[in-house]
Design a protein around this ligand. Structure first.
Ligand code: UDP
Ligand code: MG
Length: 317
């Protein structure tokens, strides 16, 4: 049996003064329970990452740090967005824990599956995804847009876990591997599956945000989706290429049809040449763009400089 792990809970917070007290209460209670049951080490802690909030968030975190157990804090110098804040937190804990769980400050994700996550981790899983069973509490709009997005991601060829957001447990070695991805445009739920290692899922029902409001308005969500697709796939470029090919094919048909009409004297002057050049030039431009895009795609992959592989085990003599 493995020793009880040191658990770090990483909580990105942006203008969350309305929810932090309740969040800290619930997380502390949970850690209390888990340490008394000796399922996690008593050195476990919660790291609140303040993502440049303009309200009292950081003051509250400092209060927790002074007056309560478990609480730790990281104050970022400005607002860098959820994904970067999360990454900052994971980076800070990676050598100070055995496993880390990332969770939103509003506790929309059910904390009661944390014990199950730890169980899965103890069974030898390096990454445990929290997956939403249903999205009844989300608005119809958020539900359908989210579903459409997961579908789109899949057709675009990016690996991602369906209905999983950023609620997950990662072992320290998985986080260290994650930190080797040096790209700027972070889309963590697409990166994590690239790490490899044995993974598991736990299922929960997503709650309503209990106070405060969503920091992900539609515009941010849309940007996030575009980020997700363009960071993981050069398929849109290839689509341009194939569109160009289709245009060239049409150009061929149009040419034959136009020439036939021309020789049957069924046309007005100037129409045939315009018709043919329009389709030919259009198709050629699209195909050329596709080819150029293919090279840009290659450059894109190179500059991201992602790790080529991740070693699981190496047996040497
Ligand atoms: N968040 C952050 N920086 C931002 C926006 C959001 O750290 O610029 C945090 C926020 O405090 C919360 C989490 O990201 O802990 C998720 O945000 P929210 O709950 O508003 O998103 P939703 O659940 O509505 O998608
Ligand atoms: Mg939320």
């Amino acid at each position: 049996m493995k020793e009880a792990p040191v658990l770090a809970i990483v909580v990105p917070c942006y203008k969350e003064e309305a929810v932090l007290h309740e969040t800290h209460k619930r997380l502390s209670q949970l850690l209390d329970r888990l340490t008394t049951e000796e399922r996690i080490s008593s050195k476990s802690y919660i790291l609140y990452v303040n993502d440049g909030s303009t309200d009292r968030t950081w003051e509250i975190i400092k209060e927790f740090y002074k007056n309560t157990s478990y609480a730790c804090g990281l104050n970022l110098a400005g607002n860098v967005g959820h994904q970067n804040a999360l990454m900052a937190g994971l980076n800070a804990v990676k050598e100070r824990c055995d496993a880390a769980i990332s969770i939103d400050a509003d506790l929309q994700d059910d904390v009661n599956v944390i014990p199950e996550m730890i169980e899965r981790y103890m069974e030898g899983n390096d990454i445990v995804y929290g997956v939403r069973r249903e999205r009844k509490t989300d608005t119809f709009f958020k539900r359908t847009t989210a579903l459409a997005f997961y579908r789109l991601m899949k057709t675009m060829g990016a690996k991602s876990v369906y209905n999983h957001a950023d609620y997950r447990l990662m072992s320290s070695r998985a986080i260290q591997q994650l930190c080797r991805f040096r790209e700027r445009n972070l889309y963590l739920r697409g990166l994590v599956p690239l790490i490899g290692y044995q993974t598991a899922c736990v299922y929960y029902n997503r709650d309503k945000r209990f106070a405060g409001e969503s920091k992900y308005p539609f515009k941010k969500m849309l940007n996030f989706a575009i980020d997700g697709i363009t960071s993981f796939s050069v398929k849109p470029v290839r689509m341009i290429f194939w569109l160009g090919c289709i245009f060239l094919l049409i150009a061929l048909c149009v040419t034959i049809w136009t020439l036939r009409a021309y020789f049957l004297h069924d046309t007005v002057p100037g129409w045939s040449s315009l018709m043919i050049s329009l389709w030919l030039v259009g198709g050629t431009i699209l195909v050329s763009l596709g080819i150029v895009g293919e090279y840009i795609g290659k450059i894109y992959i190179e500059v991201k400089n992602r790790p080529r592989y991740n070693e699981e085990e190496l047996l040497l003599r």
